[in-house]
Design a protein around this ligand. Structure first.
Ligand code: ATP
Ligand code: MG
Length: 234
């Protein structure tokens, strides 16, 4: 795999504003956020509850649209795309890891991974080979046929990381990927994500409010009340 070597893993967010209208009140979730992410970064978005982390990840992940501002991913301006173009772009270029793993309960580990590739119209033989290889890479060789209910939380999140990476996305977005794991298991998942980041040069952007998780990031952007409060590299 060489997902990261194509220069598609860059993100540019320019003055993005997002508000939610709830009945009478308006919530200013993002108040003009700007940031640049280079190919292959391992970046954490931190900040207290309600600071806008999920909102920002959903906009970069083409799951939701900004009110104003521009988002460009790998040179493609996604903020002006129509809904079906966005869905296609998302499916081809972005991988997701969720707090609650979000595996399909009736599919085995390997079926959860290969399903993603079948949506891209890839041939069966290649799907089998890529699925086997990525599950081995995340440390699940021998567990390919287990249902999610027969895997631990950490193992389920490994399946989710494999599912996100098998299509060789330019960017993986993870919203609090360790929040439902104990600290040792969470650390193992972070180490896995970082080794995948190093090996494949895939850009990783993940949110957290856990200081242990922040310590793993090579760059930490803190949000406060819908704005960037700090941006530090280490
Ligand atoms: N669908 C929605 N409708 C209305 N308000 C929303 C919606 N989603 C988020 N908000 C509000 O927008 C603000 C930012 O929320 P967001 O979920 O992005 O925060 P967060 O940093 O991810 O918080 P947490 O750490 O609790 O996950 C909050 O005030 C939240 O209540
Ligand atoms: Mg959130």
């Amino acid at each position: 795999m060489s997902s990261g070597e194509n220069g598609k893993g860059t993100v540019s967010v320019e003055n993005v504003v997002k508000t939610y209208a709830t009945g009478e009140s308006v919530v200013h979730a993002l108040r003009g956020v700007s940031l640049e992410v280079a190919q292959g970064e391992f970046l954490s978005i931190a900040g207290p509850s309600g600071s806008g982390k999920t909102t920002l990840l959903n906009l970069v992940g083409c799951i939701d649209a900004a009110d104003s501002g521009e988002i460009t991913i790998g040179g493609t301006r996604v903020s002006s795309m129509k809904r079906d173009e966005l869905a296609m772009f998302r499916r081809r270029n972005l991988g997701f890891v969720f707090q609650t793993f979000n595996l399909i309960p009736v599919l085995s580990a390997s079926e959860n991974v290969s399903f993603t590739l079948s949506l891209l119209g890839i041939g069966e033989r290649e799907i089998r080979e890529r699925t086997r290889a990525i599950l081995a890479e995340v440390g699940l060789a021998g567990m390919e046929n287990r249902l999610p209910s027969r895997l631990s939380g950490g193992q389920q999140q490994r399946v989710a990381v494999a599912r996100a990476l098998v299509k060789e996305p330019s960017i993986v977005l993870a919203d609090e990927p360790t929040a439902n794991l104990d600290s040792d298991t969470g650390q193992a998942i972070l180490e896995l994500m970082r080794s995948m980041n190093e090996r494949h040069r895939t850009t990783f952007v993940f949110s957290t409010h856990d200081p242990m998780v922040m310590a793993f990031a090579r760059r930490l952007i803190r949000l406060h009340d819908g704005a960037v409060a700090s941006d530090e590299r280490r």
